[in-house]
Ligand binder design. Structure first.
Ligand code: HXC
Ligand code: NAP
Length: 299
């Protein structure tokens, strides 16, 4: 159910990182539906362009697809310069991320960096590139970062993601204070399981029953509501945080997880029961997903 009036975000210019797929695409589409002009960025140009075409056609607003690897500071600067040359952004959604399940003992430094460079470094580069322009232009603005509930209780078997997202939780709180005098607010969303191809292929390969992720067809999501999240629920929360009208709200990370975290769940602690062969199979399934996605990237 849509909760908001049809033109709520009219006049706003919003960048959603990783907006070509999954939750980023959902939020971008909702903002466009409510009248915002959109920018979406990611590494797979064809995926982005397809999403931009789809949203601009259905919602009748301008959506610009920008190929950008947020791990590369110069690429982030270029994209931000290009956007601000067309006019200041009003909102940034830090949604792009990388993740996969693995026993931590099996990770190489390179594997750790593959996640941390996207989530921890890349998200900071984006936030800095937007923030310094907002401060210079004295432009009121809004940042939403997409985290996870394991920023509070840890993320066994997803340690590089958990460490990186926890850092972003602290970034949100720190910059909420530092940038409040500049009219910039920063909040974060910690979603429970919301089924997407990108996350499920890397965190629930082979649809392991009993995983914290659950699936659309069973009730194993491991939260007291016994279900996964519905995209409209996430769309509405993101809109509430992005819209004007509750500007005193900043520095908060809001869970939307059916009380999964409060009930002691939301992470992958139950994977401790898996053995060597299980992990070998999981790794192979994830690597095949990564290879297929990489084939579509030019950056
Ligand atoms: C152990 C692995 C591995 C695995 C890769 N590696 N998969 N190690 N187990 N399953 C290692 C590789 O061997 C390599 O190390 C290093 O990681 C880099 O792997 P590449 O495949 O070369 O990396 P790259 O092409 O840069 O891909 C980055 C990626 C990929 C993060 C690994 O998955 C990606 O681009 N993902 C983007 C989309 C995504 O992840 N979406 C899901 C978000 S969901 P060596 O040492 O061999 O060189 C999410 C939270 C959901 O974040 C929360 C739910 C509750
Ligand atoms: P997804 O579809 O795989 O989204 C990840 C997006 O990030 C992709 O569009 C990807 O595009 C982009 N991306 C990755 N690396 C990038 C880079 N270096 N530069 C630019 N863009 C990059 O998965 P999702 O489930 O929607 O996840 C979206 C966000 O929600 C993530 O922050 C995730 O941690 C969070 N989250 C998801 C869930 C869930 O249940 N789905 C739960 C909690 C939190 P390219 O590969 O084309 O670059």
């Amino acid at each position: 159910m849509t909760m908001f009036r049809a033109d709520l975000l009219k006049g706003k210019r919003i960048l959603v990182t990783g907006g070509g797929t999954g939750l980023g695409k959902e939020m971008a589409d909702e903002f466009a539906k409510l009248g915002a002009e959109l920018y979406i960025c990611g590494r797979r140009g064809s995926v982005l362009q397809e999403t931009a075409n789809e949203i601009s056609k259905t919602r009748n607003v301008k959506v610009t697809a920008l190929e950008c690897d947020i791990r590369v500071p110069d690429a982030v600067e270029d994209v931000m310069t290009r956007i601000f040359n067309e006019g200041p952004l009003d909102g940034l959604v830090n949604n792009a991320a990388g993740n996969f399940i693995s026993r931590t003992k099996d990770l190489s430094p390179n594997a750790f960096n593959a996640i941390a460079n996207i989530v921890f470094h890349g998200t900071f580069y984006m936030t800095l590139a937007a923030g310094k322009r907002w401060i210079e232009k004295k432009h009121k603005a809004n940042v939403i970062s997409i985290l996870t509930t394991w920023v509070w209780n840890g993320g066994p078997f997803t340690v590089p993601s958990a460490m990186s997202k926890a850092g972003l939780n602290v970034m949100t709180k720190s910059l909420a204070v530092e940038w409040a005098p500049h009219g910039i607010r920063l909040n974060a969303i910690a979603p429970g399981p919301f089924p997407t191809k990108g996350a499920w292929e890397r965190l629930n390969p082979g649809n392991m029953r009993g995983s914290a992720m659950g699936s659309e067809t069973d009730s194993s999501a491991g939260n007291p509501m016994g279900r996964v999240g519905e995209m409209i629920e996430l769309r509405n929360l993101a809109t509430f945080l992005m819209a004007d009208g509750c500007d005193f709200l900043t520095g908060e990370t809001i869970a939307i997880d059916g009380a999964g975290f409060l009930a002691g769940g939301g992470n992958f602690s139950q994977l401790a029961k898996l053995g060597d062969t299980d992990w070998e199979n999981i790794r192979n399934m994830i690597k095949s997903t990564n290879e297929k996605d990489r084939a579509k990237r030019s950056v």
